[in-house]
Design a binder for this molecule. Structure first.
Ligand SMILES: NC(=O)C1=CN([C@@H]2O[C@H](COP(=O)(O)OP(=O)(O)OC[C@H]3O[C@@H](n4cnc5c(N)ncnc54)[C@H](O)[C@@H]3O)[C@@H](O)[C@H]2O)C=CC1
Ligand SMILES: O=C(O)CCC(=O)N[C@@H](CCC(=O)O)C(=O)O
Length: 489
């Protein structure tokens, strides 16, 4: 029996149904376990509740020391963890090494953000002192996605622990192995029992945890569809904090670039990195009509056809590895077919050569003639939709024609054009002449519309990990110098 859940400092076996994790590049099972049942989820929430007062009562330095120890263990185990992330997600090892580096970097950034966003402020008053301080919420659930199974849950867990919360972590059911390895490192770092609990499972485990009355909050990174369900579930609970980081249908507009190859590079990095499985990936690419735009597309097609797709552990590393699963790859083929049937013109065909594995080649489809039928959906894979435009204002209006608003970019050499774009575009991340993926952990990370619920993450995660307490304090009960009219003492 596999002990895959971590509850109150003990590794225990699940009592629910069988779950497996499959290496999508090799089509082999690499992890097996059983999901957590409702009583096991109750036990995890109770353990977190029980541990909460003592963890919150520790000094900031005591909590930080454990978090820093975890950072050291991440550094020591970087090579091994990078390999496990690669095996479980299909992402090339060069990329998973950067994921672990981001996990390590998160610790220093979260320490700084804790002080700068939620530190203590003291203001003298005519009588006494005014203070702004912050307290943890209590018990929070963390839900992670599969595309960054280490870095993104880590982006909630680290600031939540630093702020003094205790946690029940429910990773994506597609990446239980990475979650288990992460939690082992936390346990090794000396986290007290019950402070971080891990429950594994699929949607029903997620539902049972999200609806648990013992939670004070839930921090979620995942799809807009699930995030919306959680939002509905939290309706009527204004006292609970819900932070949602969700998807996007991100636009990238190109206009008047002198260096075609540089533009093509930034497009490829925006659209195809991580096999298009980043929430910040460019989904809609706006290119001007005319000769300059034609030349750019010709070059983009050439470069895309030459993108190396391959095994995560190949000596000669590919740019793109496998997608998360064979079925995710199949869904991308289906999405392309649907767009093509609705009038899209395939410029480079996204193809899955082996239906048992997650590999697809990157695709480009021109959807200019089917804009009215273009669904406002996030196709979470390496398929970029090209929209040719003849008017910058129309391109910006169409770029904003989405229910999402995560990232957006402008590639063009005119600063005036960029300022014009920046003023009008609606998104939480707006870049100029840089890829729109690869957002910094040292900046707020979040979107508007259906990309989030105005609880920015990364540098601003500190904000949703603690609530502010305003105090006016005086060390003795003292009569004021002047009494209010009509009052005698
Ligand atoms: N804005 C951001 O920061 C990011 C957003 N994403 C988005 O995440 C998505 C890909 O990740 P996925 O793992 O597919 O997301 P997902 O929404 O399928 O799953 C996320 C988590 O929610 C759980 N879950 C699923 N259905 C549930 C339900 N009904 N009730 C409770 N829990 C449930 C899953 O088991 C998993 O732990 C993409 O849409 C992507 O854009 C990914 C990375 C970053
Ligand atoms: O959360 C952070 O620390 C910064 C945001 C970040 O890492 N963004 C990455 C991943 C986004 C995704 O998971 O899809 C990016 O923008 O590439």
């Amino acid at each position: 029996m596999q002990n895959t859940h971590f509850i109150n400092g003990q590794w225990i076996a699940g009592e629910g149904h069988d779950i497996q994790s499959v290496d999508p590049a090799k089509n082999v099972v690499i992890w097996e376990g059983k999901s957590a049942t409702s009583p096991q989820i109750n036990a995890a929430v109770s353990a977190a509740r029980h541990a909460a007062p003592q963890w919150a009562a520790k000094s900031f330095e005591e909590r930080l020391n454990i978090v820093k120890k975890y950072g050291e263990l991440l550094a020591e185990n970087k090579a091994q963890l990078s390999k496990i992330i690669a095996r479980e997600t299909g992402k090339p090892e060069w990329e998973t090494a950067t994921e672990v580096a981001a996990m390590i970097g998160k610790i220093g950034i979260s320490e700084k953000a804790y002080h700068e966003r939620t530190g203590t402020v003291e203001n003298p008053m005519p009588v006494g002192q005014a203070f702004i301080r912050h307290k943890p919420h209590g018990v929070v659930a963390v839900f992670g996605p599969y595309n960054f199974p280490g870095h993104l849950p880590n982006g909630h867990i680290v600031p939540a622990l630093i702020a003094g919360n205790t946690i029940v972590f429910k990773p994506s059911d597609l990446t239980p192995f990475v979650a288990e390895e992460m939690v082992k490192l936390w346990a090794q770092a000396g986290l007290p029992d019950g402070v971080l609990n891990l429950v594994q499972g699929e949607v029903e485990t997620g539902k049972a945890l999200a609806s648990h009355p013992g939670l004070d909050g839930l921090f979620f990174t995942g799809s807009s569809r699930t995030g919306k369900l959680l939002h509905e579930q939290f309706a009527g609970h204004p006292g609970k904090i819900l932070a949602l980081e969700m998807g996007g249908n991100n636009p990238l507009i190109v206009k008047d670039v002198a260096d075609t190859d540089a533009a093509v590079h930034d497009i490829v990095q925006s659209a195809f990195i991580t096999s298009g499985q980043r929430c910040t990936c460019a989904r809609r690419l706006f290119i001007p009509k005319g000769e300059q735009g034609d030349a750019l597309i010709t070059r983009l097609i050439e470069v895309t056809n030459n993108i190396k797709v391959g095994d995560y552990d190949a000596d000669d590393q590919p740019f793109m590895g496998a997608m998360i699963s064979a079925s995710a790859a199949k869904m991308m083929v289906k999405a392309q077919d649907e767009l093509e049937n609705a009038g899209g013109r395939v410029l480079v065909r996204l193809a899955q050569k082996d239906e048992t594995k997650g590999f697809v080649t990157p695709g480009i489809i021109d959807v200019t003639d089917m804009l009215d039928a273009l669904p406002d959906e996030e196709h979470f894979g390496p398929l970029v939709k090209v929209i040719r435009y003849d008017n910058f204002d129309n391109a910006i209006a169409e770029a904003n024609n989405t229910r999402f608003g995560l990232s957006a970019g402008f590639l063009g050499d005119s600063e005036e054009d960029y300022r014009y774009f920046f003023q009008r575009i609606r998104a939480g991340i707006v870049n100029w002449n840089r890829p729109i993926t690869g957002a910094s952990s040292a900046a707020p990370f979040g979107g508007i519309g259906e990309s989030g619920n105005h609880r920015g993450s990364a540098y601003y995660a500190a904000d949703y990990c603690a609530y502010p307490v305003a105090s006016v304090e005086l060390d003795k009960v003292t009569l004021p110098g002047a009494l209010s009219p009509g009052l005698t003492l």
